[in-house]
Design a binder for this molecule. Structure first.
Ligand code: PLP
Length: 445
């Protein structure tokens, strides 16, 4: 799909136009300039005949906000446009998006191959929670195609990776992994949270499913918890490996009571349709309309925020590289990074607004440094307009054992910075005074 073919709001609209106006027609909403917040649990069905049409999927319409709401719908369609997706569904959190993306295609006996470089919550979901439901995950030794390939079995249902990993910043070879997945008849799922569609659009590189924590850079204001799943529309769910999409069910019966499958009823978007009508409907992690509105507000400034944050990242990294208190800086945008070639290929504008560095000192000094920052907020979130700092080994990735932490690229000295929209000089001065405080060299102002 070309960039210009995205527009539902008109032919030829580009990314920055779509992020502000995509999939919203004021004429269909009382001429409201902002997307209205449809704060209602339920919808009038009108008459019994329409009720039946709605339930038989003969007419698409809103019934109940757990499974669909016009405010949420604009968010879904707009993100689908930005990602070049055939369909998208919004959920109550990024973790709902990650877990539903797996539960939608694998059930007991299913096997997943995952990247070793994942957000701690996703890692522990795969390691500790899903096995209790019979879904077994193996973590590849690295993201090299050969290491991933070695783990694929006949019952493997998907490859799961982060495009830019939390927190190590590893960049996935999306096209290479998609090719491997497709040769084995399985989809590639990419968590694109750190990149956002502004920096990487995984579907354009061959990925099949994209998941987001919209809590992060997609919204960018740190005021909402939200998630999304997008589907590319090209994967063959009818290849015999995915009964959830081909099994014929009573709930999808037609007027003649003939049972039908998700693939038959929703041939363009079977994946997100099943997330909506099976998982969201029965497990219920619905995004509320007000939260969808907040996500839409944030989305309006996505490109502008990320550009400014990328410039701030450069300035802060230049400072850290000159600091005697820093043993290493890991950012795929640096020419010396082993990920630099992949970053240049997949994220030419820049590989994100989050990076890690090695604190040269004891853990007690690291903690004194964290305690001494005044502007950098000590938080587990990322992608906020405000700059954030965290010691991942003890917080966001504390679910991982020390060995697993090292394997996933975060030794104990790791400090993660999520760079916000402040003046970079203030950020640098903040780090400088915090180092001085940690090492007892600060002259108290
Ligand atoms: N995916 C990634 C890469 C994350 O960093 C996070 C949270 O930090 C999540 C998913 C989960 O998102 P949420 O906190 O919105 O549930």
């Amino acid at each position: 799909m070309t960039e210009n073919a995205l527009g539902e709001t008109g032919p030829g609209y580009r990314f920055d136009t779509l992020k502000v106006r995509g999939s919203y027609d004021p004429g269909a909403h009382q001429q409201a300039s902002s997307v209205p917040i449809y704060q209602t649990a339920s919808w009038e069905m009108g008459d019994a005949a329409r009720g039946e049409r709605l339930f038989r999927q003969e007419e698409l319409g809103f019934l109940y906000t757990r499974v669909g709401n016009p405010t949420v719908d604009v968010l879904e369609r707009r993100v689908a446009q930005l990602d070049g997706a055939a369909g998208a569904i919004a959920l109550a959190s990024g973790m709902a998006a990650v877990s539903y993306s797996i539960l939608n295609l694998a059930d007991s006996g299913g096997h997943i191959v995952a990247s070793p470089y994942l957000y701690g919550g996703s890692f522990d979901l795969f390691k500790s929670i899903l096995p209790r439901y019979g879904i077994i995950t193996e973590f590849a030794r690295s993201l090299d195609v050969a290491d991933v390939q070695a783990l694929i079995r006949p019952n493997t249902k998907a490859l799961f990776v982060e495009s830019i990993a939390n927190p190590s910043g590893h960049v996935a070879d999306i096209a290479g992994l998609a090719d491997l997945a497709h040769r084995n008849g399985i989809p590639l799922i990419v968590d694109n949270t750190f990149a956002t569609p502004y920096l990487i659009q995984p579907l354009r590189h061959g990925a099949d499913i994209v998941v987001y924590s919209a809590t992060k850079g997609l919204s960018g204001h740190g005021s909402v918890i939200a998630g999304l799943i997008c589907e590319g529309g090209a994967f063959d769910w009818g290849n015999g490996k995915f009964p959830p999409f081909t099994d014929k069910g009573y709930t999808l019966r037609d007027r003649n009571d003939v049972h039908r499958s998700f693939l038959e009823v929703f041939p363009e978007t079977p994946f997100t349709a099943r997330v909506r009508l099976a998982l969201l409907n029965y497990l219920g992690a619905a995004l509320g309309p007000f939260d969808a509105y907040l996500a839409l507000l944030g989305l309006e400034t996505l490109s502008e925020r990320i550009e400014k944050q990328l410039a701030n990242v450069k300035a802060v990294i230049a400072y850290l590289q000159g600091s005697e208190h820093v043993s290493w800086v890991d950012y795929a945008g640096l020419p010396e990074s082993p990920n630099h070639a992949l970053a240049s290929r997949y994220a030419p504008k820049g590989p994100g607004t989050i990076f890690t560095f090695g604190f040269k000192g004891s853990i007690a000094e690291q903690e004194a440094f964290l305690d001494a920052t005044r502007l950098f907020s000590y938080q587990v979130n990322v992608g906020d307009a405000k700059s954030l700092i965290v010691n991942n080994a003890k917080t966001t990735h504390s679910e991982l054992t020390p060995d697993e932490q090292v394997d996933s690229g975060l030794p104990p000295e790791t400090v993660r910075l999520s760079i916000g929209l402040e003046d970079p000089r203030d950020l640098i001065e903040d780090l400088d005074q915090a180092f001085a405080a940690a090492f007892g060299t600060r002259s108290e102002a």
